[in-house]
Design a protein around this ligand. Structure first.
Ligand SMILES: Cc1cc2nc3c(=O)[nH]c(=O)nc-3n(C[C@H](O)[C@H](O)[C@H](O)COP(=O)(O)OP(=O)(O)OC[C@H]3O[C@@H](n4cnc5c(N)ncnc54)[C@H](O)[C@@H]3O)c2cc1C
Length: 287
């Protein structure tokens, strides 16, 4: 069905055709959950980890789909764009390639085909791949809610474990990534291909005649939110970067992380591998 009336299920399923309808449904059903690709929400419901009064599927809302290049060189990615679509996208220029590089490393092909960037951002998992990448890319999360639209810097969006700056009744509408000079790389250390990151590093940077002109480094899976550190980047910008200085920046970043010990690795292991992985990723971008 393609309207705002519930289907015949225990939990009502709505399929609004517009953002306005979706926001009205959220307002009228405070305990409802929006459904993106369902790759996280459906298992949570099946396992009884989440209770909802209704499900509001976002799939039919056209403005939430697709990747658009804007006149200032930034790109707008609709919240319902899948990881697979982003991985395959050829619209990105320079450091924006971080987006396709990150998307291609999320989970496995099946999950990438359904999981969406909006759902992943809204879920706010600390071990997910989008948070560090979007922080390194200086992305903005576009949100719509009862109070209208607002844009939140990725740095200010991912707040804590499964906690974001989204307010009740708000939806992620899009992600906007500015024009980014240079190159980018996303390095994910995982136990096996398809697993969540044990440690991840997203880097965007530009080099000219051997001198680092700009650099952004963000660490994922090593604390309640992605870690970006101005002092680590300042150590390398304006200089000819070598392995030693890149590891020094990595050491500063490792000190700023607050990882947990879990099945993927101990906190000490995560802190120990970070300087080397940061250095390798930075040198890959600035080569
Ligand atoms: C086995 C497995 C392995 C995975 N591995 C990885 C991995 O390696 N790296 C990684 O990053 N992720 C991984 N994921 C997560 C995957 O990327 C999901 O796509 C993602 O977490 C959620 O996206 P979704 O579109 O499926 O959201 P859904 O499951 O539909 O929703 C997730 C949450 O976000 C809310 N929501 C959805 N869309 C919006 C919106 N537009 N606005 C507001 N709220 C919204 C929902 O209500 C729900 O609370 C994995 C998942 C599984 C099941």
């Amino acid at each position: 069905m393609n309207d705002s009336t519930p289907a015949e299920t225990d939990v009502p399923l709505y399929r609004p055709a517009t953002l306005t309808q979706a926001l009205a449904l959220l307002r009228d059903n405070p305990d409802a959950r929006p459904l993106g690709g369902g790759q996280t929400l459906v298992p949570m419901l099946t396992l009884g980890y989440a209770q909802v009064s209704a499900i509001i599927a976002l799939a039919d809302i056209a403005e939430l789909h697709g990747i658009t290049r804007l006149t200032d060189g930034s790109v707008r990615i609709g919240a319902m764009t899948t990881h697979a679509e982003i991985a395959a996208c050829t619209t990105f220029v320079g450091g924006q390639s971080l987006l396709s590089h990150t998307a291609g490393q999320i989970a496995d092909p099946a999950i990438r085909s359904f999981g969406t960037i909006g759902g992943a951002c809204a879920h706010g998992d600390t071990v997910a791949d989008w948070p560090p990448s979007l922080v390194a890319a200086d992305a903005r999360v576009v949100v719509a809610g009862p109070g209208g639209n607002r844009e939140i810097r990725a740095q200010d969006f991912f707040l804590n474990i499964l906690t974001t700056a989204l307010e009740p009744g708000e939806l992620v509408v899009a992600i906007v990534v500015p024009a980014l000079a240079g190159r980018a790389f996303y390095r994910k250390l995982a136990r096996v291909e398809g697993d969540y990151a044990t440690v991840s590093v997203a880097v965007v940077g530009a080099v000219d005649k051997g001198i680092c002109k700009s650099l952004a480094i963000a660490i994922g899976a090593c604390g309640p939110a992605p870690v970006r550190l101005a002092s680590a980047e300042a150590l390398l910008v304006g200089r000819a970067v070598n392995r030693m200085s890149a590891e020094e920046a990595g050491t500063l970043l490792a000190r700023a992380t607050d990882p947990i010990s879990d099945v993927r690795g101990s906190a000490a292991y995560r802190k120990r591998v970070l300087p080397r992985i940061v250095a390798e990723t930075v040198l890959e971008v600035l080569r």
